[in-house]
Design a protein around this ligand. Structure first.
Ligand code: SF4
Ligand code: SF3
Length: 551
């Protein structure tokens, strides 16, 4: 295997042994490479077919789901990828045939039906084991680095697009870009400049994808508003729901209504509480536990079933595996998978609810509250207060600390930064990075909490909107003139997309930690440093001092 897509990659270079640090096996890693290789082929033929006016949304959505399924900690099942690859090959050939039927010219001969009929799961496994479609096939390290930025950005984009799609919002432009970008990744003649342009274009469509999801979420569930979320438990059985999918949460709340079973959020599902729509469900009790990596301990204590609606799933321990359910692109062999919803219907979560009824209530981990809900509308509603506080000097600086959390002990840096930032600073956050400091009591500035949580990682878009609004209010020419610093934490590929989106929007001097991506080559890393002022982190004390000095 050769996987370097996340921040926890071995020695910050590559997971190349029998298993990745995340627990992904070499077999699954190779199958994921092959699945992406097939998606690139689909992208190639889909782009050709578009020239003839042929567009298949079902195929675009399939590609989207594959990109999402290969994100870190989403799907660990070899058999899922085997069948998806076979499905993808069919799609690719349908596009190729459609192109030919429309008068398109192809070189070489097309494999016939019999050839493809013989290509079965075993053949898929054999091709994957040979490393087909993997990074090792690309020799030039700079091409590999730039392609990684594009591909990982696309994965993040795919996740957000999938969540929006579930709510009924889609964008043909974004789908077409994803297909075209995948096609471009098959073209090894692209220059480094052309690849760099593709990286920035990925950021542009990343903004579009996040805007799409933002409008889907707020359109269906209302604009997030200041909310206090309980961290304690009550004496009834519960279901823990994790991930980013709000439609799954909605289905689950509808089906648990009046059953005596409570629903608790975990990790990135916490911000669901901020949406007014979910207020009517009195069995949506609170948030349980910390961010994704604390799930082993949290699930053990929770005692009831857990539903994973997206990443981040940690390979479950035998002691609680029978209580873990997956849905959507998430998969783990041996865990029950809840099938996709049929058009116009809900997913059927009854197996989870029946199991919950037989389980003890969750054990209490803590008993406090988390405050959040500071997405764009809520912050805009407070704009006068915020602007005044800046003008009077009560707020000296905003520090964006959005992004991901992770297991590495060095991430205590982010807790330290939050603690060490002077009392006249406000932290803007989104994503699961916040679990490093959202339970500290950091106080408020004239009623404005010092930690403003906008929501999930995709709500980093909200933070960008807030910054752009402040720029407008203060009449600045450049967003980088604001008293604003970035100290972003990354782990998986959605954070790559968020970073590319921020670069596209013109934000500079972003601190990125806890380590710079291992998939960057030295030359590509120095371009990011020189052109965009991206920097790694030092220790909390010197970084706080540097940020307060505007660096
Ligand atoms: Fe390693 Fe991260 Fe890839 Fe898992 S996703 S195999 S931890 S680089
Ligand atoms: Fe977290 Fe996985 Fe990135 Fe959505 S849930 S931010 S790590």
């Amino acid at each position: 295997m050769f996987c370097h897509q996340c921040q926890e990659t071995m020695k910050n270079t590559t997971c190349a042994l029998a298993k990745g640090v995340c627990g992904k096996t070499a077999e699954v890693s190779d199958l994921q490479d092959l699945a992406l290789h097939v998606c690139k082929g689909i992208g190639f033929w889909a782009t050709k077919a578009l020239e003839k006016g042929i567009y298949r949304e079902d195929i675009a959505f399939y590609v989207d789901r594959m990109l999402f399924a290969t994100i870190t900690n989403a799907n660990f099942s070899a058999s899922d990828f085997e069948s998806w690859i076979l499905e993808g090959l069919r799609y690719r050939d349908e596009l190729r045939m459609a192109f030919v039927k429309a008068g398109g010219q192809v070189t070489g001969t097309l494999p016939d039906a019999a050839t493809w009929a013989a290509f079965d799961a075993e053949a898929v496994r054999a091709a994957a084991a040979q490393g087909k479609g993997g990074w090792k096939e690309i020799a030039d390290e700079n091409v590999r680095a730039l392609q990684s930025l594009v591909l990982y950005g696309l994965k993040g984009m795919a996740a957000y697009v999938e969540h929006a799609y579930a709510i009924g919002k889609k964008s043909k432009d974004v789908f077409v870009f994803m297909l075209r970008a995948l096609a471009d990744l098959t073209d090894l003649s692209l220059s480094l400049d052309q690849l760099t342009a593709l990286v920035l274009e990925t950021g542009k469509f990343g903004v579009d994808a996040m805007a799409l999801l933002d409008s889907a979420n707020t359109g269906s569930y209302g604009a997030p508003r200041i909310t206090k979320v309980r961290t304690g438990v009550r004496n009834r059985p519960g279901i823990l729901i994790s991930g980013h999918d709000l439609v799954d949460l909605h289905d689950l709340l509808e089906q648990t209504k009046g059953t005596g079973v409570d629903v608790y959020t975990h990790g990135e599902m916490l911000p669901a509480h901020y949406y007014p729509f979910f207020e009517k469900y009195d069995n949506l009790y609170g948030n349980y536990g910390g961010s994704w990596w604390s799930q082993n301990a949290d699930i053990e204590k929770f005692g009831g079933p857990v539903l994973f609606t997206s990443n981040c799933l940690v390979p479950p321990k035998e002691s609680y595996k029978h209580r873990v359910f997956t849905t959507g692109v998430v998969g783990f062999d041996g865990c029950v998978h809840i099938p996709d919803r049929e058009p116009g219907k809900m997913k059927d979560f009854s197996p989870i609810i029946e199991l919950a009824k037989t389980c003890p209530p969750p054990q209490e981990l803590e008993n406090g509250e988390i405050i959040g809900g500071f997405a764009h509308d809520q912050v805009f509603a407070l704009a006068d207060t915020v602007v005044n506080a800046v003008k009077t000097g009560a707020i000296k600086r905003f520090v964006v600390m959005a992004g991901c959390d992770g297991r590495q002990p060095g991430r205590s840096y982010y807790t330290e930064v939050a603690e060490k930032l002077p009392e006249d600073t406000v932290i803007l956050t989104a994503g699961c990075a916040k679990f490093r400091y959202n339970k500290l009591n950091l106080g408020d500035i004239g009623g404005i909490p010092r930690v403003l949580d906008a929501g999930q990682c995709n709500d980093s878009y909200s933070l960008a909107l807030v910054a752009l609004k402040l720029k407008e209010i203060f009449g600045l020419e450049d967003v980088n003139q604001l008293p604003l610093s970035f100290d972003i934490a990354w782990y998986e590929q959605k954070a790559v997309l968020v970073l590319l989106a921020l670069l596209y929007l013109g934000f500079k001097n972003i601190r990125l930690g806890p380590t710079l991506p291992g998939f960057l080559s030295p030359a590509v890393a120095s371009v990011l440093v020189e052109k965009f002022g991206i920097k790694g982190i030092a220790d909390a004390e010197s970084d706080v001092a540097a940020m307060m000095a505007g660096a």
